[in-house]
Ligand binder design. Structure first.
Ligand code: SAM
Ligand code: DTB
Ligand code: SF4
Length: 325
């Protein structure tokens, strides 16, 4: 049954959804120059190689999250010293979006430290989406687990993208999070896709996973019924107080390999060089662009952590001949 479904999905959009772990592992592990050449070739066949999509993040509700994601500064389970904040007011969020638009962002992504949206808070978040959409920006939200009704309500409100990451491989997942399952995440991605929203889903490198886990994470994304439209690849930002505070920093080349492999197996998806650019050298970021990353977050802050400084991004784009979409 599973095989028949995969073949159908493959022919539907002309893209492959039947990757095997062996194939993806072989792509990932080939000599670095071969991998980068292949990724850049695929990239050029599908995108303008010198244009980068730029999104801006805002945390509409910060901290005190009931989930125990062991990388996250916002989890109530860990003492990270983060100041908790109430849900922002709609006008405040719309004003921040207006400013982000003036500063060159085309998409505004609203994140909340929730297991999932509930009650009155959900209606306030819906009003934020309506307000940002009215500015003529693309809207994105990341509110945790959703049910079918919530997904269609967000779609009606004018939401374009929903971000929900699988974070890591199915095998490594329980080492990182215990309060919701890998399947819970896949279920949310299904309702998001079925509601006609664009899917944004990726993961984090640096959670103590091995190469096989990175391969399995990418394989899971690529073998979904439709490739996520946007695939954020985050480098763990180690947060003091979380269980992963002292996790070993992954090898830079393995990070670039992850991006290149994502580019090859999901050729038409935007691959976002996501968290962790702060502290990454310009050369490392440019290798990620060469590997096929074509989206970033701009602005001083991600949700709560520092991002690469806007002046540095402007300078890097200028020197690399890159321009925002
Ligand atoms: N609470 C919602 C959820 O978990 O879906 C939305 C916000 S959550 C902060 C969004 C994503 O940010 C997580 O899935 C994770 O991939 C990423 N993230 C969180 N903390 C991070 C860190 N310290 N380093 C890198 N990525 C991180
Ligand atoms: C994603 O994959 N990365 C962004 C966005 N989606 C929501 C979030 C990164 C968060 C980094 C830690 C922080 O700022 O709190
Ligand atoms: Fe909560 Fe999201 Fe952080 Fe997990 S990643 S603790 S769900 S805010």
């Amino acid at each position: 049954m599973q095989a028949a479904k995969t073949v159908l999905a493959t022919t539907d959009d002309g893209l492959r959804h039947d990757w095997t772990a062996e194939e993806v592992e072989a792509l990932f592990s080939q000599p670095f120059n071969d991998l980068l050449f292949q990724a850049q070739t695929v990239h050029r066949a599908n995108f303008d190689p010198n244009r980068i999509q730029v999104s801006r993040l805002i945390s509409i509700k910060t901290g005190a999250c009931p989930e125990d994601c062991s990388y996250c500064p916002q989890s109530a389970h860990y003492a990270t010293g983060l100041e908790k904040e109430k849900l922002m007011a709609v006008e405040e969020v719309v004003a921040a979006a207006r400013q982000a638009k003036d500063e060159g962002a085309s998409r505004f992504c609203m994140g909340a430290a929730w297991r999932g949206p509930k009650g009155e808070d959900f209606e306030v978040a819906v009003a934020m989406i309506e307000g940002v959409k009215a500015l003529g920006m693309e809207t994105c939200a990341t509110f945790g687990l959703l049910d079918k009704w919530q997904a269609s309500r967000l779609k009606e409100a004018g939401l374009d993208y929903y971000n929900h990451n699988i974070d890591t491989s199915p095998e490594h997942y329980s080492e990182v999070i215990s309060t919701r399952t890998f399947q819970d995440r896949l279920d949310t991605l299904d309702v998001v896709r079925d509601a006609g929203l664009h899917v944004c889903s990726g993961g984090i490198i640096g959670l103590g996973e091995g190469r096989a886990d990175r391969v399995k994470m990418l394989l899971t994304l690529a073998n979904m019924p439709k490739h996520p439209d946007s695939v954020p690849i985050n480098l763990l930002i180690p947060i003091a107080g979380t269980p992963l505070a002292d996790a070993e920093r992954p090898d830079n080349f393995d990070f670039v390999r992850t991006i290149a492999t994502a580019r090859i197996i999901m050729p038409k998806s935007f691959v976002r060089l996501s968290a962790g650019r702060e502290g990454m050298s310009e050369e490392m970021q440019s290798l990620c662009f060469l590997a096929g990353a074509n989206s970033i977050f701009c602005g001083q802050k991600l949700l709560t952590a520092k991002n690469a400084a806007p002046g540095q991004d402007k300078s890097l784009f200028g020197r690399l001949g890159l321009s925002p979409m």
